[in-house]
Write a protein that binds this ligand. Structure first.
Ligand code: SF4
Ligand code: SF4
Ligand code: FES
Length: 247
């Protein structure tokens, strides 16, 4: 078991008495959440463990299924010098883990008019010039819980290859962990969003199927279904969602 780390954070609010924990299920492990030791189920995710420990997550949780990127976590394991990164809803606890939630990584979003930009390196130079500070250390790639080749999309941005940035960053959930760890203080996910917008505005191929579907929506082809969904309660909506044909 590792020693308790110093400090305690403020993104979680205690919803139980300090030290009072939920009912034990199966075997337990000791983890250090924001500086305090808790016994939590060994099979819990970090998010589940935080809630089991009596905290309500008031910032930094959304989909709970690895899609929204709201639940960035940093942690260390006993005897391992490395800071590890993950999504709290997808990463399992381990004995002696010390962890902290990162509900938001401060970053300045560039403000631009997409109609005044072109899909080339000049747009990157103007809006995200820090990209050119990249020292190719690959820390961003190693930090990414989505397994993206983050450094590669940064390098593509330096070449002005907007299509490659779009492609390589497509599955980014904007958790912010890469920009938190980047020694050059680059805001990779925000730059990636701009590249995707540029791609959508200037480079994407026209899709007749999409145009047809949009027209059908505009013509009210799905109006009755929408109206039905809007009347449904949470439980019925949930059942309907999970019973759907997924791709
Ligand atoms: S590219 Fe960065 S912000 Fe996007 S998912 Fe990976 S680590 Fe998170
Ligand atoms: S962490 Fe920053 S400096 Fe290192 S490769 Fe990624 S973008 Fe470049
Ligand atoms: S809560 Fe959405 S990715 Fe974890």
């Amino acid at each position: 078991m590792g020693s308790a780390p110093a400090g305690a954070g403020g993104v979680l609010s205690s919803s139980q008495e300090d030290g009072q924990q939920g009912k034990a299920v199966g075997s337990l492990v000791t983890v250090y959440i924001m500086g305090k030791a808790y016994e939590v189920p060994a099979e819990a995710t970090i998010m589940g463990a935080i809630e089991y420990a009596g905290h309500q997550i008031i910032r930094g949780a959304g989909c709970r299924e690895g899609y929204c990127g709201a639940c960035a976590t940093i942690y260390r394991l006993p005897g391992d010098y490395k800071i590890r990164t993950g999504l709290a809803c997808m990463t399992m606890v381990e004995e002696g883990m010390t962890l902290a939630q990162i509900p938001s990584v401060p970053a300045e979003k560039a403000i631009y008019d997409i109609e005044k930009l072109k899909p080339n390196v000049t747009a990157i130079q103007q809006m995200y010039p820090t990209v050119f500070r990249c020292v190719a250390c690959n820390t961003c790639t190693k930090s990414c819980p989505q397994g993206l080749q983050v450094m590669d999309y940064v390098q593509a941005a330096k070449r002005g290859d907007i299509a490659a940035v779009m492609d390589l960053s497509f599955d980014c959930v904007v958790c912010g962990l890469c920009m938190l760890r980047c020694p050059a203080e680059i805001t990779q996910p925000l730059m990636g969003i701009m590249a995707k917008r540029l791609y959508g505005r200037y480079l994407r191929k026209e899709s007749p199927e999409l145009a047809e579907r949009v027209k059908a929506v505009e013509d009210g082809a799905y109006a009755a279904e929408y109206a039905e969904l809007m009347k449904m309660g949470r439980e019925d909506l949930s059942k309907r969602y999970y019973a759907r044909d997924s791709e």
